[in-house]
Write a protein that binds this ligand. Structure first.
Ligand SMILES: [Ca+2]
Ligand SMILES: [Ca+2]
Ligand SMILES: [Ca+2]
Length: 352
């Protein structure tokens, strides 16, 4: 099923979506019992951004006449988007939202979750090959905290045989529901004596070593220099890292990280290695309207998300590139349509 997303908007607030079962929903704001009427909350594999004069809108078709009092959007932020306004509007014959706001509410975008990271240093030796000056407790020379101690402790690799060293670590604990941007391995190294050689980052995933994903670099002749390689995908799957895999618990778990050389002559000093996972964890946030609105049955409305309470809809309507989402399925039999892979989720709550 082809998805059409309204591009009225984009960025500092990104709208994503996820499977949330109605019965699992927390409804903390409404005093009266609430009821979930419309939702579109599965298959959130991407996002839309809201920033500046760029808005986001998604249409839905009311199942029955009911009073709408709030919506839930799955959100995170980059930077400080400030006040975010969410409103309900009627739609025209093309499914475009039209003035005015039928009801609206705001939320503080600056309190939404934003990108974060976890860092791990080596805590044990996993495996190695090639020529090294130390072959036990190798990790203890490269687990520098704080980063780094340069020539105080380092591994000397070479010059006879190129190879690798992988280290174990305390598993990452990325929260469920997070989206992982990348896994970065940083290593700090220099030549023992000046010359052309080559060192790169390495991983072990699901009992397989991935030693060449990073093309590597020629370490500096005399100055310790950090080099970082970003694994945007799991090398075992070629797909984005899953939370379970990055936490070492999935089908293709991350098990070790380290360094590898394709040329260790002259020898290379490695003083520190670390792994960092960058991720964000969107939040389902309920935006309660300042006043409720009585929706008609079987009518298409639009949820409009914007950063500023300015009415620039005419600009959006006449601009090119505006696309409007198809009416969302509202009957229970069409709710879990994962194949649609919709980008934005919403949940429409109502009071009694
Ligand atoms: Ca070099
Ligand atoms: Ca060489
Ligand atoms: Ca060190």
């Amino acid at each position: 099923m082809k998805r059409e997303i309204v591009g009225i908007i984009s960025a500092l607030v990104l709208v994503g979506l996820v499977l949330v079962i109605a019965t699992q929903m927390a409804i903390p704001i409404l005093a009266a019992p609430s009821h979930l009427y419309e939702y579109y909350n599965t298959g959130d594999d991407s996002s839309q951004s809201v920033y500046g004069s760029n808005w986001y809108a998604q249409t839905f078709t009311s199942s029955i006449a009911h009073t709408i009092t709030s919506v839930k959007l799955k959100l995170y932020r980059t930077g400080s988007p400030g006040t975010v306004t969410v409103s309900i509007r009627a739609t025209d014959g093309s499914g475009h939202p039209i003035l005015p706001d039928l009801c609206s509410g705001t939320t503080d975008g600056n309190t939404l979750p934003t990108a974060t990271s976890q860092t791990r240093l080596p805590t044990g030796d996993h495996s190695y090959s090639g020529t090294w000056d130390k072959t036990t407790n190798m990790y203890s020379y490269v687990d520098d905290d704080p980063w780094s101690d340069n020539d105080t402790t380092y591994l000397l690799h070479g010059t006879t045989t190129a190879g690798y060293a992988l280290f174990t670590f305390s598993a990452f604990t990325v929260p469920a529901g997070s989206v992982i941007t990348n896994l970065q391995v940083t290593y700090r190294c220099r030549d023992d004596t000046s010359g052309t050689n080559r060192l790169n980052a390495a991983l072990r995933v699901n009992n397989t070593d991935y030693l060449t994903t990073d093309g590597g670099a020629n370490p500096d002749p005399t100055t310790y220099t950090d080099r970082t390689y970003s694994y945007t995908t799991n090398p075992a799957t070629g797909s984005a890292w899953t939370v379970d895999d990055i936490n070492g618990a999935g089908s293709y778990p991350l098990q070790a990280f380290g360094i590898r050389s394709s040329d260790c002559s002259p020898a290379i000093r490695i003083t520190a290695v670390e792994a960092v996972v960058n991720y964000y964890t969107p939040e389902w946030r309920e935006i309660t309207f300042t006043s409720s609105y009585d929706l008609s049955a079987s009518t298409m409305y639009a949820i409009v998300v914007r950063r500023q309470a300015v009415l620039r809809l005419q600009t959006a309507l006449t601009g090119d590139g505006m696309r409007v989402h198809r009416p969302m399925p509202v009957d229970a039999g069409r709710l879990v349509v994962v194949a649609v892979q919709t980008e934005v989720g919403l949940q429409t709550l109502t009071g009694t």
